[in-house]
Design a protein around this ligand. Structure first.
Ligand SMILES: Nc1ncnc2c1ncn2[C@@H]1O[C@H](COP(=O)(O)OP(=O)(O)O)[C@@H](O)[C@H]1O
Ligand SMILES: [Mg+2]
Length: 270
């Protein structure tokens, strides 16, 4: 039913190689190598200031890296722009910034891509019908597709934002703290939605501070510390304590990705 997503699991949707980004003297990203796969939920965890938001801004084309390369489908890019990223199927799901409060659910899902009838009039009936179908597939319940989004809860807004990303042909969906400021029940709904998106074949990339949430939804946990990807773990073979250790730097092992890269480059700086 999701014909755009979910081709085989083994080919990464996106590949990042040696991504570096500095802001003045601050090294935000220091040589990130990361592959994100379709059909998987990949969580990115790390302390405040570790570089998580900078990394997703680079993937979404909002920031340009100083060095490194992104590849998608065999095409290589030194940087993306927001519109190029969307064309390539990369969609950052922002619950607050992206929605137009005073407009209804269906208008938000179709924002900027409204279907026309008789080449001139917006086909509102079709928008409503397709929005209902999509929200049903996503198991997102809203009072009606004609409800203004300002009347929705955080979880419902998140659902509308996801529906819009999918309408824009998003295949990689990026969430930055999707359950921030949500209650327990509402968070559970959003987590279930994110997990389902992974199962349906989307490449899902989630930043979260909440390790309990991460362990509930992620297939894979990538730990970033001081701008370096220090650990890439399968969730089922990891424990929360271990992950906390990698986040804080008290747990370091020989397979530290950053160290391997640095040893290869002959530039161990830590
Ligand atoms: N626009 C910016 N200008 C200057 N420094 C920035 C900017 N954005 C991020 N930084 C710095 O880069 C580092 C990584 O930030 P960020 O990616 O936001 O971390 P995280 O999302 O993991 O908390 C931090 O030291 C932060 O202060
Ligand atoms: Mg951040």
């Amino acid at each position: 039913m999701w014909d755009r997503a979910g081709e085989g699991k083994k080919i990464p949707f996106i590949r990042l190689r040696n991504i570096k980004k500095t802001f003045g003297h601050v090294v935000a990203l220091d040589g990130i190598n990361l592959d994100v796969y379709p059909g998987e939920v990949t969580a990115l965890v790390g302390d405040n200031g570790a570089g998580k938001s900078t990394l997703i801004k680079i993937i979404a084309g909002v920031l340009n890296p100083d060095e490194g390369e992104l590849s998608l489908n065999g095409r290589h890019f030194q940087h993306l722009t927001p519109s190029r990223a969307i064309e390539l199927g990369i969609s950052a799901v922002y619950q607050d910034l992206a929605l137009v409060d005073c407009r209804d659910v269906a208008s938000n899902i179709f924002l900027g891509k409204e279907p026309l009838k008789a080449c001139f009039f917006v086909d509102k009936k079709r928008m409503n019908r397709e929005s209902e179908e999509l929200l049903k597939k996503l198991k997102v319940s809203v009072p009606s597709v004609t409800t203004p989004v300002e009347l929705l809860s955080g979880g419902q807004r998140q659902g509308v934002a996801v529906a819009r990303s999918i309408k824009q042909k998003g295949r990689m969906l990026i969430f930055d703290e999707p359950t921030a400021a949500m209650g327990v029940r509402e968070s559970a709904g959003v987590l279930e939605l994110i997990r389902d998106l992974g199962d349906e074949g989307f490449a899902v990339f989630v930043i979260s501070h909440n390790l309990h949430h991460v362990f509930t939804i992620a297939d894979r946990i990538c730990v970033i510390r001081n701008g370096r990807l220090v650990k890439d773990l399968r969730t089922k073979s990891a424990t929360p304590d271990q992950v906390v250790g990698f986040i804080t730097g008290t747990n370091r092992d020989i397979a530290d990705t950053a160290d391997i890269v640095n040893i290869k480059e002959g530039s161990i700086t830590t």
